[in-house]
Every structure is written in structure tokens, then in C-alpha cells.
Design a protein around this ligand. Structure first.
Ligand SMILES: NC(=O)C1=CN([C@@H]2O[C@H](COP(=O)(O)OP(=O)(O)OC[C@H]3O[C@@H](n4cnc5c(N)ncnc54)[C@H](O)[C@@H]3O)[C@@H](O)[C@H]2O)[C@@H](O)CC1
Ligand SMILES: Nc1ncnc2c1ncn2[C@@H]1O[C@H](COP(=O)(O)OP(=O)(O)O)[C@@H](O)[C@H]1O
Ligand SMILES: [K+]
Length: 499
């Protein structure tokens, strides 16, 4: 699913108005209806304090006020006064509301006009939406501070006021919403960690924008959703044999970190690879053969670390390297040798990435379409710190293009930067996965898909989606706190079944 920017969402509104056709006021009514319905179904409050600007976001707020009143809720409306006369649809809704004398409307001209907010009210934030074009200052910023200083929860309409949809809002004054009710599609602002303090729980209201529009626009970003993942998925042929599903090689583990090799291998097998060989130090052999009897083991000549490649890499259909290997001289030499000789699809994770960070010249050895799976710290070590999350995403895209590789920037919404300049945000996964071992499972899963013949882009997108979905299914059955990477791996099968 394409990820549209604020301007494209505005164009989608206009396209719907022209082609459905309907009036913009009717579309606003549809949006307000969806929000009011959600508010009635999901909240119980003594009263609703609705803060409105004079643009269309404020128009939404005025319509919501009327609909909540019609649903027997106690409402009061506070309008941020400005020199602007207000958008047409704002004015129409203001006139309708004005005639309903039962709803009190207050104009806020100065700080003294700000109402006291009782603890048992709900604040509806309809001050600014996607039309925000600069950070809030003056009375608007004071109003937001006033909302944020209240203990009553705020529900933001479309986007918390003060937040930009498509770029960083660091240092802005922004409404801290408990819930955000947004329209039709996710905005980029909801996908980055730096906005977590403002957006609360995001709920997407379907307002039936015209389905033909997304096909007409091109966007660099997309969302990995179930339909995209299902399109990538290739079910197994009934007459298949293990030779059809490739042979994955995983180079992982060191003394005290044999678990990384176990998790990685198990995830690789659970994702469907025909054969899995783990190259581990000798100390890891018994651990691996006991914990994952389905995997074959290639014991290194060293006891505590992997140190060399004494086999033909062409024997394997895909290779994953990094989890728990350490960053010593021998591992550095091993990685260099691997990068020089490999002719197969490759995934680099964890310590393999840390070695690259300390030996940047190795980046030039990366073959096209290699997949790197850094978390934000590993990414910073590799490519430098970014000023904010949006800049980090931009940097990932630049580097993916420059080096012709895939970069899976891991996080709550992992971002897959592709060498063709496109990028994909994942929407599965949960905070239960924020625990050592989850990343090792991802390495095994992506390597497994590569081994089975999925193209690197397909493997990265499907792997990230299934990994998050398996985490979600595991969390649904055992809760987030208790979630182990092993539980995630045990749910990979159920994740496949949902495709
Ligand atoms: N037909 C449509 O276009 C629909 C629009 N919808 C709503 O319309 C919103 C967008 O409405 P608008 O484009 O009118 O924009 P806003 O309602 O976000 O308001 C923008 C207005 O505020 C001014 N402004 C921007 N930044 C400011 C700042 N920092 N300080 C003071 N003033 C500032 C702008 O000049 C503009 O006049 C969406 O977020 C959504 O809530 C929905 O009703 C769905 C349908
Ligand atoms: N809060 C979260 N929401 C969704 N996914 C998460 C969250 N925290 C971690 N993850 C996922 O778990 C994995 C953690 O990987 P990583 O940081 O490399 O950890 P590890 O120490 O297990 O290797 C990533 O795929 C990441 O996207
Ligand atoms: K808002």
C-alpha cells in the first residue's frame, strides 16, 4: 500500500470530491461522522471540550461537536481566534452550530479565555491538521500547552496539532494525544519513534476516499501490509522435495553466545529452508545439535569463535552472518574472505555490521542486493548519526542506492530501504519483541527466504512482515513481557497461515 504525503492526501480528497462526486462539506461530514462514532463507542466522559482552529481541521471539530451533541453528549466548543476568516467548510459548520444555541461556543482571543479543564472531561483537538505549515507559536502554542497541562485525555483529529505529517517536528509545541483519529491511511509521522510521545494510539477511520486515486500517484514509500506480503508469498508445491527449498548457511555464535546461532537456525528452518547448516565454534556444536537437531553443523577449527571458511560457499543457496560472532581479528578476516568470494544472496547482521563499521573499506566489497539488518545503533555506527528519524530514513535510502543494497532499519516500524530508491515501512510487530534474540530470528528468517529462491527484495519485505506477525501472535497468546524470541519462532508457522 502506497504511503501518501500530506499534499497527496489533499489531492485524494479533491479527487474524491470531483469523481464520486460529492461536496467537500459532505466529505467533511463523513470524516466527522466516523470520528464521532468512534468517540461515542470508545469513551465515557462527563463532557467534551472541543478545541478548533479555523481551517478544515477546525471544521471537522465543529461537525464532531454537533454530532456528539446529537448523541446526547455535553459539549463546549473553543475556537482559536485569528485574523483568518476561516475555510469555507469551517464557516459552513460554524453557521450550522451557531444556530444550535444549546452548544456553547467560546472564542479564544487571549490566554485569559482558556477554560479550566476538569479531570473528567475529554479534550478533542481539532486546532490544526495537515495544513500546518510552520511550528505553532503565540496563542496557538499556549493553547496546546494548556491542553497538555490538563490531566484529561486528548483525542486528536487527523493528526495532533503542531505535528508535521511528512518531516520532523522536533522542538515543536504539539498536542500530546491519548488517541489520534486519522483518515483513510497512515501518515509517515505515525511511523517514526520520535513522534511516539504525541500520537498515542492511532486509529484509521475509513472515509471511503475514491479507490482509483492511489493508482494515479507515485510515492517513494509504501507500507508492508498483509496483502503485499501475501502477494510475495509462494505456497509450497505438493510434489516438492527438500532440494527445492535451498540450503542456508548461517555463520553465528561464539563462546557464551551459542544461543544466537540456535535462534537463528531454528527461525531459518521454521521459515521453510530445505536444509540449514550452522557454522559455529566447536563449543557451540553440542548446544546446536541438541537444541536444533534438524540443523547440520559445521564446526570451526577454533573452540570459542568462528575464524575461517574451510568450505565451498557455492555449496549453499544463501548465507546469513553475524549474530553473536564477536568482532575479533579472526572474525574480521573471515568476513573479508566471505565478502570477497561470495556469489550467493547474503544477509549481514549484528557483529558482521559492527565489523563493517570498524572497517568501512569492506563496504565496497558488498555485492549488489546484499541485505543489511541494522538496529538504529548499528546503523549509526555504519553510516553516522542522523539529526532525526526522518533524516535517518533519508540516509538509509541514500546509502541503499549508493551501495546498491537493501537496508532493513529495524525498529517498531522497521523500514526497508531498497537500492531503487523506494522504501517500505512494516506495520507488524510489538514491544514484546524488544528483547535479545528477536534480531537473530529475523536474520534466520530472511536468510531462509533467500535460500528458497525469493528475490532479495521479496525476502526482506516478507521476512520483516512475518517476523513482526509471528511476534504479534506470540504476544497475543502469552503477553508482551514474557515473550521470548523462541516463542516468536514457534509462531512463524501461524504467521504463514495468515497470508
Ligand atoms: N475535504 C477535505 O479536504 C477534507 C479535509 N479534512 C480535514 O482538513 C484538514 C486540513 O485542513 P486545512 O488544509 O484547512 O488545514 P488546517 O485545518 O490544518 O489549518 C490550516 C490553516 O492554519 C494556518 N496555519 C498553518 N500553520 C499555522 C501555524 N503554525 N500557526 C497558525 N496558523 C497556521 C494555515 O494558513 C491554514 O489557514 C485535515 O487535517 C483534516 O482534518 C477532513 O475534513 C476530510 C476532508
Ligand atoms: N517495540 C517494538 N515493536 C516492534 N518490533 C520491535 C520492537 N522492538 C524490537 N522489535 C523488533 O525486534 C528485532 C530486534 O532486533 P535487534 O535490535 O537486532 O535485537 P537482538 O538483540 O535480538 O538481535 C527487530 O526486528 C525489531 O524490529
Ligand atoms: K488536530
Amino acid at each position: 500500500m502506497k504511503l501518501l504525503n500530506a499534499e497527496q492526501i489533499r489531492q485524494w480528497d479533491a479527487f474524491t470530491i470531483k469523481n464520486e462526486p460529492l461536496s467537500s462539506l459532505e466529505l467533511m461530514e463523513r470524516a466527522a461522522n466516523a470520528c464521532a462514532r468512534w468517540i461515542v463507542q470508545n469513551t465515557l466522559a462527563e463532557s467534551y471540550y472541543i478545541f478548533c482552529g479555523k481551517g478544515n481541521n477546525g471544521g471537522d471539530g465543529l461537525a464532531i461537536a454537533r454530532l456528539l451533541y446529537n448523541a446526547n453528549k455535553k459539549v463546549a466548543v473553543y475556537i482559536l481566534e485569528s485574523d483568518a476568516k476561516g475555510s469555507d467548510d469551517y464557516i459552513s459548520n460554524f453557521n450550522i452550530l451557531h444556530h444550535l444555541s444549546a452548544i456553547p461556543i467560546f472564542m479564544i482571543r487571549g490566554e485569559r479565555d482558556l477554560p479550566e479543564l476538569p479531570f473528567n472531561c475529554i479534550i478533542i483537538d481539532a486546532l490544526f491538521g495537515t495544513g500546518l505549515n510552520r511550528p505553532l507559536t503565540g496563542l496557538a502554542a499556549k493553547m496546546v500547552d494548556h491542553i497538555n497541562n490538563s490531566i484529561a485525555p486528548a483525542i486528536a483529529i487527523d493528526i495532533p496539532s503542531g505535528l508535521f505529517g511528512d518531516h520532523s517536528s522536533a522542538h515543536n509545541t504539539i498536542v500530546k494525544a491519548r488517541h489520534t483519529l486519522s483518515f483513510q491511511v497512515l501518515k509517515t509521522a505515525f511511523l517514526v519513534a520520535e513522534n511516539e510521545p504525541w500520537i498515542g494510539h492511532v486509529h484509521i477511520m475509513d472515509i471511503n476516499l475514491h479507490p482509483a486515486f492511489p493508482d494515479e500517484v507515485s510515492t517513494p514509500f509504501s507500507i508492508i501490509n498483509k496483502s503485499l506480503a501475501s502477494r510475495e508469498y509462494r505456497p509450497r508445491n505438493a510434489f516438492a522435495h527438500k532440494g527445492n527449498f535451498g540450503h542456508a548457511l548461517l555463520i553465528a555464535g561464539s563462546w557464551g553466545k551459542a544461543g544466537a546461532a540456535v535462534l537463528c537456525s531454528r527461525a531459518c528452518l521454521r521459515t521453510g529452508a530445505g536444509l540449514v547448516t550452522a557454522h559455529v565454534p566447536q563449543s557451540g556444536v553440542t548446544v546446536l545439535q541438541t537444541a536444533v537437531p534438524e540443523a547440520m553443523v559445521f564446526p570451526d577449527k577454533e573452540a570459542e569463535q568462528v575464524s575461517g571458511l574451510n568450505y565451498d560457499l557455492n555449496h549453499f543457496t544463501a548465507v546469513g552472518i553475524g549474530p553473536g560472532i564477536g568482532t575479533g581479528v579472526k572474525q574480521q578476516l573471515l568476513l573479508k574472505e566471505l565478502l570477497e568470494h561470495i556469489q550467493r544472496p547474503l544477509v549481514l547482521d549484528a557483529d558482521a555490521l559492527n565489523i563493517l563499521s570498524e572497517n568501512k573499506a569492506l563496504l565496497n566489497l558488498l555485492k549488489p542486493d546484499t541485505i543489511l539488518t541494522p538496529h538504529p545503533k548499528e546503523f549509526a555506527r555504519l553510516f553516522g548519526e542522523a539529526a532525526d528519524d526522518f533524516k535517518r530514513i533519508e540516509l538509509a535510502q541514500t546509502k541503499a542506492m549508493e551501495l546498491s543494497i537493501f537496508i532493513v532499519l529495524k525498529g517498531h516500524h522497521s523500514f526497508v530501504a531498497c537500492p531503487d530508491g523506494t522504501g517500505y515501512f512494516n506495520i507488524t510487530g510489538n514491544a514484546g519483541m524488544a528483547k535479545g534474540g528477536s534480531g537473530d530470528a529475523l536474520t534466520g528468517m530472511v536468510t531462509s527466504l533467500l535460500a528458497q529462491g525469493y528475490l532479495p527484495k521479496e525476502a526482506a519485505l516478507l521476512g520483516v512482515f512475518l517476523h513482526g506477525l509471528a511476534g504479534d501472535l506470540a504476544a497475543a497468546s502469552g503477553g508482551m513481557e514474557a515473550l521470548l524470541a523462541s516463542d516468536l519462532i514457534d509462531h512463524i508457522g501461524n504467521a504463514f497461515k495468515q497470508l
